[in-house]
Design a protein around this ligand. Structure first.
Ligand code: NDP
Length: 455
């Protein structure tokens, strides 16, 4: 498999793809390895994960360079991702033993009762390229700590990063018959669906997620899907500082070139502050440095996938044809690399695709609203349910709106944020099941109920 640098369009890595026979052999070896791994204590398994974190930290400069080379992520953001993902390891270290401990419910009288959390077995993790450390750790680290073995399939756009993570897990003491990385495109993903896994954990698009759920439904094993979103942000008329709200909203929309599952994808602004907000927002976006992702001051690099340029252009053309105003951007950059200008559209409404279809790139639509109710109706008008955000000086006002949202996560005066303390979950077309927090580790275990009577 050839991996291209999206900034230069040059081939940077070549990796052999795994054959069907090799993948089957990996699965067989994992089935043996998992039994021994599960017998080790949680503390012992955690030690390997902590060592892995230390190794990633020691090698973070080289790993950030690889991530930037294969995905086009600006180097500062690659460094941030690798550093930030460590919070999952710290959180597991602090909590996993407690989360996985037996729960004794009745220990008096003739019959004692308890719950024991057993691992699922060997699970498949089919992952995405946009935040390979974050979304990978959310699945495979929690799965390993819970006593599972894992086959990890990184996206073909982050395959070298995936290989690196496997290398450092093995170096840290996770046995090769407990964690394996498979390299290939969607076809290898398809093959994993045919093999005999004890659970499927997928991060990616809604379309692929549905295909996976359908393909493995007959196996009756756990399936978890972390999918996309069309996440709304409402700027109420009482925000204390309109300029600061615009800066924060723009970062939520454009960080990682908008290629975040929880990126702000549409903005509703109260008519009373609309003009001031739009002026500050456009000025902020126009100030972003677009260009070479290896430069530390670059904020917008190339898109990871060339084909997304057409998706973005079609959304922009459709919006403009329906009356949107193009305030900045609107075209790809006419030089090497998959660059698309950061783009702001105003005067938007829900007849436009940019307000209803996932963009997953550096474009944003802004719509004027006249009331909280109108903002809420617009925010709720979506098939997705990942996150929703409200910026307002009034907590009660914001919470009233956020309570009405059918999303896995809500934000007050912040956005585009993930924390290991709380579950990460999507509703409706944004997915099924949770990662992170105590809920995230429960995804990788099955409870066994013990009823114990002395005689
Ligand atoms: P895809 O759905 O195209 O791919 C995701 C993974 O599935 C890749 O590893 C891919 O392999 C693999 N795959 C593709 N086709 C199949 C198949 N038929 N059977 C099994 N596996 C398959 O998504 P992207 O990689 O393009 O990621 C972008 C999408 O992911 C966005 O929609 C985004 O919103 C969503 N996402 C959601 C997150 C969340 O937490 N909710 C986090 C990150 C992304 P390959 O790439 O090798 O073809």
């Amino acid at each position: 498999m050839q991996l291209k640098n999206p900034a230069t369009e040059e081939i940077i890595f070549e990796l052999p793809t795994n054959s069907k026979k090799e993948v089957q052999a990996k699965l067989s070896s994992l089935k043996n390895g998992q039994q021994e791994w599960a017998k080790r204590s949680v503390k012992d398994r955690l030690k390997c994960i902590e060592k892995f974190g230390a190794l990633i930290h020691e090698n973070s400069e080289a790993l950030a360079a690889i991530l930037t080379a294969e995905t086009g992520k600006p180097i500062t953001q690659s460094r941030n991702e690798i550093k930030g993902a460590q919070n999952r390891i710290d959180h597991l270290s602090e909590n996993a033993e407690r989360w996985l401990a037996d729960e004794v419910l009745v220990n008096t009288g003739a019959t004692h009762e308890k719950i024991v959390y057993e691992p699922l077995g060997v699970v498949a993790n089919i992952s995405a390229w946009n935040f390979p450390y974050n979304v990978g750790y959310n699945v495979f680290l929690y799965a390993l700590v819970a006593g599972n073995a894992v086959i990890y399939k990184p996206s073909e756009y982050a395959a070298f990063t995936g290989k690196q993570m496997a290398h450092y897990l093995h170096l840290a003491g996770v046995p090769k018959n407990v964690f394996q990385c498979v390299i290939g495109d969607g076809e290898i993903g398809q093959l994993l669906l045919e093999l005999d896994f004890d659970g499927y954990f997928f991060t990616g698009s809604h379309a692929t997620g549905v295909k996976i759920a359908q393909a493995v439904a007959h196996k009756l094993v756990p399936v978890q899907l972390e999918l996309g979103g069309k996440d709304p942000l409402y700027i109420a008329d009482d925000v204390k500082d309109v300029k600061q709200a615009a800066i924060n909203a723009a970062e939520g929309a454009f960080y990682n070139n908008g290629q975040s599952c929880c990126a702000v994808e549409r903005i509703y602004v109260s008519e009373r502050i609309y003009d001031a907000f739009v002026a500050a927002f456009v000025s902020e976006v126009a100030s972003y440095k677009v260009g070479d992702p290896t430069e530390t001051t670059t904020f917008i690099g190339p898109l990871t996938r060339q084909q997304q340029i057409q998706v973005l252009q079609e959304q922009v053309n459709d919006a403009v044809a329906k009356g949107a105003i193009l305030k900045t951007g609107g075209h790809r950059l006419e030089h090497k690399g998959y660059y698309y200008q950061p783009t702001v559209l105003t005067n938007c409404n829900h007849t436009m695709r940019v307000m209803v279809d996932e963009s997953f790139g550096p474009i944003i639509g802004i719509q004027k609203v006249t009331s909280d109710q109108e903002a809420l109706d617009c925010m709720k008008d979506t098939d997705y349910g990942l996150t929703a955000a409200v910026f307002s000086a009034n907590e009660e006002r914001a919470l009233d709106l956020l309570k009405a949202m059918n999303t896995g996560t809500v934000y007050w005066n912040c956005c585009d944020r993930v924390s290991p303390n709380v579950p990460w979950s999507g509703r409706k077309n944004s997915g099924l099941g949770s990662t992170l927090s105590s809920q995230g580790i429960r995804a990788f275990v099955q409870p066994k109920a013990y009823h114990l009577r002395q005689s």
